[in-house]
Design a protein around this ligand. Structure first.
Ligand code: 5GP
Ligand code: MN
Length: 315
């Protein structure tokens, strides 16, 4: 899965691992980095190797693998410190992913469907189409459902097809408790995080009405002051899109090693291309990310220049 896994990356991986294990395979899930506390409830999460903090264990598992399933990313750099290791492995690499423009040469087999809501939906299809419907337990259903609600914004985004709703109906019949999953993901934070969001919306958000765009830039001092952990910043990028007329939102966080960008858009504003062109990133048409080695101030200036250059698409 990609670094700093979200509900889709971890949920799809744990669901697939659960099913493959019960088919008699020996399976190990490896994450390139740690994951947010709000994903710790996922069945199987405790056994996942965090490659960043347990590199030897991670390398041993990877060296032993005959098949490597690569889920919810399509370019090796998205696995950060694990990328060189994955590149050097000679085992069979199988991609299951829904992001734009896959780095096909890095994988031996796989499926890339940008129309799919989530990798979780693709794993669900994969389990069904391989004749293993009976292995979709309530635990598997919870992991898959988390991935779907994470990536569809709880069934809001355009990729929420009839198939998605049919899948959820099926998961409900298999024992899914959907309200517990929502609570685990969204009602499980510390007070600090909510105070932090209040601060950020009041003091760190800039609106550019002439370009229907918004920017939130978060300096390191804010992360320290509010004791912000992995996952606490998830979702903040969506707030500016709730303002009438705003079509593009950018969020940049000053992380130690890089400035990490998130982009979200509404309608026909293509933030996959935007992230690729200006911020060494990519993702989906309406949700993408990127990164910069520049200072926070410099990368913010580039964002302002970029929205001006794209004025015709934004206006
Ligand atoms: P988020 O803003 O939630 O981190 O990411 C939004 C979407 O863009 C996710 O599907 C994520 O996998 C993808 N994404 C985030 N950062 C990058 C990046 O640096 N490169 C690429 N190609 N995709 C990214
Ligand atoms: Mn995804």
């Amino acid at each position: 899965m990609h670094q700093k896994p979200d509900p889709d990356a971890l949920g799809a991986s744990l669901a697939l691992a659960n099913v493959l294990t019960r088919m008699g395979h020996s399976v190990q899930v490896v994450s390139p980095t740690n994951w947010p506390d709000f994903l710790k409830w996922m069945p199987g999460a405790k056994k996942v190797i965090d490659y960043e903090s347990a590199r030897e264990k991670g390398n041993a598992a990877l060296d032993e693998a005959e098949w490597l399933f690569c889920l919810d990313f399509n370019a090796l750099y998205r696995t950060k410190h694990m990328a060189d290791k994955l590149k050097a492995l000679s085992c069979i690499k199988i991609l299951i992913d829904h992001h734009e423009q896959p780095e096909s040469e890095s994988f031996d087999y796989g499926i890339s469907l940008t129309s799919k809501s989530s990798t979780a939906e693709m794993v669900y299809d994969f389990i069904k189409e391989s004749g293993n419907d009976a292995l979709i337990s309530a635990d598997v259903a919870a992991c898959l459902y988390a991935g779907v609600i994470g990536d569809t914004g709880s069934f809001r985004f355009p990729a929420t097809s009839p198939d998605v709703h049919e899948m959820v109906a099926d998961l409900k019949r298999k024992g899914l408790n959907h309200s517990i999953v929502h609570e685990n993901l969204y009602d499980n934070f510390l007070e600090d995080r909510l105070r932090f969001i209040g601060h950020v919306l009041l003091n760190r958000m800039e609106i550019f009405y002439e370009y229907n765009s918004a920017l939130i830039a978060i300096p390191k001092e804010d992360l320290l002051k509010f004791n912000i952990k992995t996952g606490d910043t998830e979702g903040i990028v969506n707030y500016p899109l709730s303002i009438q007329g705003i079509k593009l939102a950018g969020l940049v966080i000053d992380r130690d090693e890089e400035r990490k960008w998130s982009f979200r858009s509404k309608g026909n504003v293509d933030v996959n291309s935007f992230a690729r062109k200006y911020f060494n990133g990519g993702g989906h048409f309406n949700a993408s990310g990127g990164r910069s080695a520049d200072s926070l101030r410099t990368t913010v200036q580039l964002f302002k220049k970029a929205i001006k250059e794209n004025a015709s698409q934004l206006q």
